[in-house]
Each structure stands twice: as C-alpha cells, then as structure tokens.
Design a protein around this ligand. Structure first.
Ligand SMILES: *[C@@H]1O[C@H](CO)[C@@H](O)[C@H](O)[C@H]1NC(C)=O
Ligand SMILES: *[C@@H]1O[C@H](CO)[C@@H](O)[C@H](O)[C@H]1NC(C)=O
Ligand SMILES: *[C@@H]1O[C@H](CO)[C@@H](O)[C@H](O)[C@H]1NC(C)=O
Length: 546
C-alpha cells in the first residue's frame, strides 16, 4: 500500500482529496535522516567515549552484561548514548552554562545513561543505528517490553553498585532542594529526548484514584488489559525535568486561574492536569463545574481554578457549541475572537491549542469579512486559513495580555495514529492493540502530522505578539512515538462505553486521537510544569526569602 499518507491527512477519511496535503511530498521528505556534516561532533564523540570508558567503565560493563531479549548490541547502544553525551560535552552548550535570573540553575547530564542513586530507575532502551525500517520495526518493538522491564529491574537489584557513586550528585539537585526555582533552563529543548520505561515513578496518579476522569479516558476501567502505557517517563536529551509535585504546583497556583483553551485534546490535557493536582487539595474542598463553553476545577482551599474553555478554532466558528458541534460544514470567522477571548482575560496561565478540527478537509471555509451570516463564506487553503486565525489570536494576546501577570503557552499538534503500516505493523488496525511506544525509532514517522502547520504556529507564537512572550510547547515529536497511548476502543461514543461488539471492530470504532489517562498528556503537563516552575514567581520568591 503505497498511499498511507493519503488517508492519514484526513480524519476518518472525512475529507475528500486530503491526499493533496503535505504528504504528496513524501518522496522529497523521505531523504536520509539528518546525518551529514557531523564530523567534528563524531570526533569529539570518540574522545568522549574514551573518557566515559575510563570514568564509567563499571557502568558500561554492567550494562553490557544485562541480558537482552535479542541481539541488539548493548555495546552499540552505549556508543550511541555516549556520543550524544559526547556532543554535549564537546560543544559549549548554552543550556548547560546558562542560568536563570537567580543564577542558581545548572543542568545535569543525562540520567538515563547512569542511574542515579536518588532515582532508582531507568536505563535507556537500546537504540539502533537509525536503520530500523517498517517491517522490522514491528518485531523489534514487540519484544521491547521484556527488554525494558528487565533493564528497569536491574538497577534496583544492584544496590551495592549505587552506593559507589557519590560523584554523580549534581548541582541541579541542590537547586531542587533549595526550592526556589525548579525545572530546567529555558534554553534546554525539552522536545528532544526519549521515552524511558519507569514503572517506579509512573504513573503520576492512579486511574481509580482520580474521580474527575471522564469515561472517555479511563481505559483500564473500560476494559484495556495492558497498563504499560502509563509507565513511560520522558527524558529530555540535554536536561532533566522535575517530577510533577502537586503540592508545589498548587502553591504556585494559589489565588490564580489556570486555563486551557482549545479543542478536545486540550480538554484531554485539562483532565490530566486536574488529576495531577487534585491530590494536593483536601477531599471536600474541590469540585468541578460545567457551564456553557467552560469546565472548571475549583481548588477551594487554594482559591485556585484549573479551567478548560472550549473553542476548537480559538476564533469564532459555527461549531462553538460544546455539545452540538458535529456539523459537517465547519465555518470559521477568522477575524472574530472577542466573544471567546473576553472569557480569557483574567487568567494567570493560558494554554492554547488548535489542530484536530483543521484536519477534516484540505480547504477551510472562512466567513467572508463583513459577511452577513455563515452562508457567506469562501474556501481557503488550510495552511493559509490557519495562519490567518493564529494571527488574529496572537494579535489579541499582544493587545490584551499583561505579560507581568499572565503566562501564555501554545501546545503544538497532538498526533494521530491511524496507519499502522507506517510504523511497520502491516497487520495492525489503526492504533488498536498497540502496547509499546516506538522506542527504537529514529527520525521522522509518516503519521500525517501537518508539519507546515507546526511551523506556522511556531513562527507566529515567536513573532506575532512582540509584547507578550508565548511559549510554544512542542509535544508533537515525542507523542508521535506513543502509538500505544490512545484510548482506542476503550472509550465512549456518544456518551456510552463501546459495546463488546464495537470493541471488537477497531477499524470502525478505535479512537486514535485522544489519549488514555494516566498517560501521555501527563507528560505534556510535566513540560508546562517544568517551564512554569523554572520561572520565578513573585509570591514564592517572597516566601522563600524569609
Ligand atoms: C516494574 O516492573 C517489573 C517487571 O514487570 C516488576 O518486577 C516490578 O515489580 C515493577 N515495579 C513496580 C514498582 O511496579
Ligand atoms: C482569589 O483569587 C482571585 C484571582 O483568581 C483574586 O482576585 C482574589 O483576590 C482571591 N481571593 C482571595 C481571598 O485571596
Ligand atoms: C517561519 O519564519 C522563518 C523566518 O522568519 C521563515 O523563513 C519561514 O518561511 C517561516 N515559515 C512559515 C511556515 O511561516
């Protein structure tokens, strides 16, 4: 099947002619993974290998002695991991050297290579050399749970070894202990990294313990058998992310409003955030309210809210009713945002997204400027319409947000997993029965993600609101590897949990857009947490100064 790209760029085949989308350039984009022009890095890597063999010979030995389910070379894995670190060591990295305004932060090197005494877990899964191909990938990834699990248990067993490593305590840890500012430097790119199986620290909460989860996302309750999808930690390449701490975060949110604005993926992330923080709030002092476009989690004793505001295109559209919106003809008013935006004004944190509703058709219907009603519209190429809408949005942010009070984030696109042949599982049906992330996969995956939209959003958030910093949060690349994380057939449809018959027909019923919770959106929120806690907060600073 040579046209996986065609189906992918439209949802459930709804958009005729979607194939003319970005994937017509498949050939052009299939070029070699970024490999060229790295000679100096490679040389530095070799030096670093020598250095590391001297320093960490013991670790390498212990890693190479681990049993592997198959012949993926542990030595090669080390070489790959080490040369990453080598690059880091060879180039003076700004993220290592830079510090926050308090001058207290530094970055620790990767921990997945060297298990730290404080965090008793993970070792990276073996990577291959990037030559993994669809067809081989399936067999390789399906054996990985055993491998992952075996590797995860290893460091815990070898307790004596850990005791010998005091030199690996790092300055970053002191920062955490001091409690002034947590997190990682802004310059550290959190989107580059890998998924590490970590069943000691994950999930961050239990599905059955968060009563605020809706049955759309409670996959285990809805019959899913495997739960490893809850146990993957995201390890950025160049720094560490602090573990989400509900108490610390709720203190930061005291007397504040935290608001997600966007489509159902942002609601998915809202549910995750509520579950992440709710354990810090006493049982009778928290509740959720629904009104019109808005769902609000109230943390009564903190005078704080975590809210979700429904506006799938950010600007006004004919699909803005959160309940009655399955309208085949979606029409956007690209210049009109005030009716929604007046509800965002007093938020202290604003987290926006808009993507999935753009993916049904190649062209979008835009209401004509000055048009009398929705009938008065024109068709505009998707990417141009997206640019227009985001410009309107960024203009509003620029003119209406007080950057001294409000932090603004834009979440990049949440990817879909509809075409298993793309990740080398020709017998798969959408994302059904996927139980492992693509841990060994290097380079791009052709899932139908519209990277042109990604670039537009990235550009606009950077440039179109000069008065107000907008943090563009790249969740796309990391989430593309999480084919295992979707709700699939363990979800609801029109308010009802899928029947056994429907569950048996994933080709029709699997939802490969939304995510199980606990799961991938918890990591997105950990990125937000990392960014927010990295920045000084006036109230917190005053407290700790005492
Ligand atoms: C992690 O997984 C391994 C392998 O399944 C298991 O032996 C171990 O008990 C698990 N640890 C935790 C904390 O669940
Ligand atoms: C509660 O929070 C709001 C902002 O969300 C603030 O305006 C108000 O003053 C707070 N109330 C108290 C009693 O601190
Ligand atoms: C993003 O901005 C860069 C530099 O300003 C520009 O070269 C590029 O064409 C822009 N891309 C898009 C998709 O707008």
């Amino acid at each position: 099947m040579s046209l996986p790209g065609r189906r992918k760029s439209s949802l459930a085949g709804a958009g005729g002619g979607a194939g003319a989308g970005p994937f017509d350039t498949l050939g052009a984009k299939h070029g070699a993974p970024r490999k060229g022009g790295r000679l100096p890095v490679y040389v530095a890597g070799v030096f670093f290998v020598v250095f590391v063999i001297v320093m960490y010979g013991e670790d390498i030995r212990s890693v190479t002695l681990e049993p592997f389910a198959r012949g993926v070379g542990p030595v090669r894995q080390q070489a790959v991991v080490v040369s990453d670190a080598g690059r880091a060591a060879a180039t003076p990295r700004r993220d290592v050297l830079s510090s926050s305004s308090t001058g207290k932060k530094t970055v620790a090197p990767r921990r997945d290579v060297i298990a730290s005494p404080e965090r008793p877990v993970p070792v990276a899964l073996p990577r291959d050399d990037g030559r993994e191909r669809p067809g081989h990938a399936a067999a390789k990834t399906e054996t990985a749970p055993e491998r992952a699990i075996r590797k995860v248990t290893a460091p815990k067993v070898k307790k004596p070894k850990k005791a010998k490593r005091p030199r690996r305590l790092r300055p970053a840890r002191k920062t955490v202990a001091a409690g002034v500012v947590l997190g990682s430097p802004e310059t550290c790119d959190l989107s580059k990294g890998e998924w590490v199986f970590d069943n000691a620290s994950y999930p961050l909460y239990r599905e059955e313990e968060c009563s605020f989860l809706t049955s759309q996302v409670t996959c285990m309750k809805n019959g899913r058998r495997d739960d490893n999808y809850q146990k993957w930690r995201w390890q950025p390449k160049d720094c560490d992310m602090p573990r989400f701490d509900a108490k610390v975060f709720m203190e930061r949110l005291r007397n504040k409003r935290f608001m997600f604005v966007g489509d159902s993926l942002n609601r998915n992330q809202w549910e995750s955030m509520v579950c992440l923080v709710q354990s810090a709030v006493s049982p009778d002092k928290k509740y959720v309210t629904w009104e019109d476009q808005r769902v609000v989690f109230h943390a009564w004793e903190f005078n704080a809210t975590v809210e979700f505001y429904w506006s799938p295109f950010l600007v006004e559209s004919n699909s803005d009713n959160p309940k009655i919106h399955s309208i085949p003809t979606r029409i956007i008013d690209a210049g009109a945002i005030a009716a929604h935006a007046q509800n965002w004004r007093n938020a202290d944190y604003l987290v926006f997204n808009t993507y999935i509703w753009w993916m049904n058709t190649l062209n979008m219907k835009l209401k004509r400027p000055g048009g009398r009603d929705w009938e008065d519209h024109e068709e505009v190429v998707r990417i141009e319409a997206y640019r227009k809408v985001l410009s309107t949005w960024a203009g509003w942010v620029n003119d209406n947000i007080d950057p001294a009070r409000t932090s603004v984030f834009f979440m990049s696109m949440s990817p879909l997993h509809l075409s298993p042949q793309v990740w080398g599982n020709p017998n798969g049906i959408r994302c059904a029965k996927e139980t492992m992330p693509l841990v060994n996969w290097r380079g791009p995956i052709w899932l139908g993600t519209d990277w042109d939209m990604f670039k537009v959003a990235s550009n606009i958030t950077r440039a179109a609101a000069p008065r107000v910093p907008i943090t563009f949060v790249d969740i796309t690349t990391m989430s593309e590897r999480r084919k295992d994380g979707h709700t699939s057939v363990h979800t609801i449809r029109q308010g009802q949990i899928l029947t056994p018959e429907q569950q048996a027909d994933p080709g029709t019923y699997a939802d490969c857009i939304h995510w199980c919770l606990p799961g991938v959106p918890d990591i997105w929120n950990s990125l937000l947490y990392t960014r927010i806690m990295s920045r000084p907060d006036a109230a917190t600073a005053a407290l700790t100064a005492r």
